[in-house]
Design a protein around this ligand. Structure first.
Ligand code: PBG
Length: 324
């Protein structure tokens, strides 16, 4: 047994051979592209903390959506920056809010592109927390009621998939019940089920101005040490009516993605977050690594770990390399 009968290099000897035996190929079908919308007109402003990412005003977003669709990417994930913040984050469920307006424009211009919307309050509250603060603490159940209103307003504007990212207990159940009661039987829920209190969200919080004004998010997002608890979170969200469950971030939590894939039968999404994105971009800019190859290797590792869906700011770059 072993060498010289087994020569592992035989199956690596040519590109055709490597293609033939390749496992887990990343495809453009796996990708979701996040997009940031803010109040205004004619805006396409570069986001300082995130290379090649922009804030679009609602009137500019349809053209971007059309480009995303033309690259073969099946879905967008929309984030909004409101015109004003208040205590409860009320601009998050306004019929004329930036996200609601953008959803309508995208669905009109590019109906075949799936619109997924992030549902959270952190960019809309003065506290920068993902829910309503009562006595210095983010109140769970009253926040869930507001999140259901946000989700409903997105569904009414035409969103295909609702993605709650707040990590309140029971919010998937509240949202599902509210959608059912209002006749939105076919609106899917992709829950940020295992979302960690990660240090890799920094560039994003800059981009949407959502850094908490006091304390941190460890009272609701998961402690990074857990993986059993991630399974519990995912099981709860599925029981409450989630169609797709997400692990976030992706690259530091590949073990969690793998465990989720082995254990659950619904699609698993993974979020390649802003810090992961900028870490690679920054290293590439410094000439330390080759961007395209490093990007495909990183995204490929998320796929190999078991993700069916990969949310990434690299989606357009990757789609160009992978072809539609
Ligand atoms: C909002 C939200 C965050 C991200 C997605 N939705 C930030 C946070 O929880 O603080 C992070 C995305 C990224 O870093 O790319 N709750």
């Amino acid at each position: 047994m072993g060498f010289p009968k087994n020569r592992m290099r035989r199956l690596r000897s040519s590109e055709a051979m490597r293609r033939l035996v390749r496992q887990n190929s990343l495809s453009v079908d796996d990708l979701v592209y996040p997009l940031f919308v803010r109040a205004g007109e004619g805006l396409k402003e570069p986001i300082k903390s995130m290379d090649d990412c922009f804030h679009f005003s609602p009137d500019m977003v349809a053209a971007e959506a059309a480009e995303v669709a033309s690259l073969g990417i099946p879905a967008l994930l929309l984030f909004g920056l409101p015109d004003k913040k208040d205590e409860s984050g009320s601009r998050a469920w306004a019929e004329d809010g930036v996200v609601q307006d953008s959803i309508r424009r995208i669905k009109q211009a590019v109906p075949e592109l799936l619109v997924i919307t992030d549902v959270c309050l952190c960019a809309y509250t003065q506290s920068g927390h993902c829910g309503v603060v009562k006595d210095g603490r983010v109140d769970n159940d009253s926040t869930c009621e507001l999140l259901a209103k946000v989700a409903l307003s997105h569904a009414q504007a035409g969103a295909d998939v609702i993605a709650p990212s707040d990590m309140m207990d029971g919010r998937v159940g509240y949202i599902r019940q509210c959608l059912e009661e209002n006749g939105f039987y076919d609106t899917a829920i992709m829950s940020y089920a295992a979302k960690y209190a990660s240090a890799f969200y920094g560039p994003f919080r800059d981009a949407v101005d959502s850094a908490p004004q006091f304390g941190d998010r460890r009272g609701y997002q998961m402690d990074v040490s857990h993986s059993d608890q991630a399974m519990q979170e995912i099981a709860l969200d599925i029981a409450e009516g989630a169609d797709i469950v997400m692990v976030k971030p992706a690259l530091c939590f590949l073990d969690v993605i793998r465990r989720a894939k082995v254990r659950f039968d619904c699609p698993i999404a993974a979020y390649n977050v802003s810090g992961e994105y900028m870490m690679l971009n920054t290293a590439a800019k410094a000439g330390l690594l080759e961007k395209d190859a490093a990007m495909l290797e990183a995204l490929g590792s998320i796929k190999r770990a078991g993700a069916d869906i990969i949310i990434t700011y690299f989606a357009k770059d990757a789609a160009r390399l992978l072809g539609a």
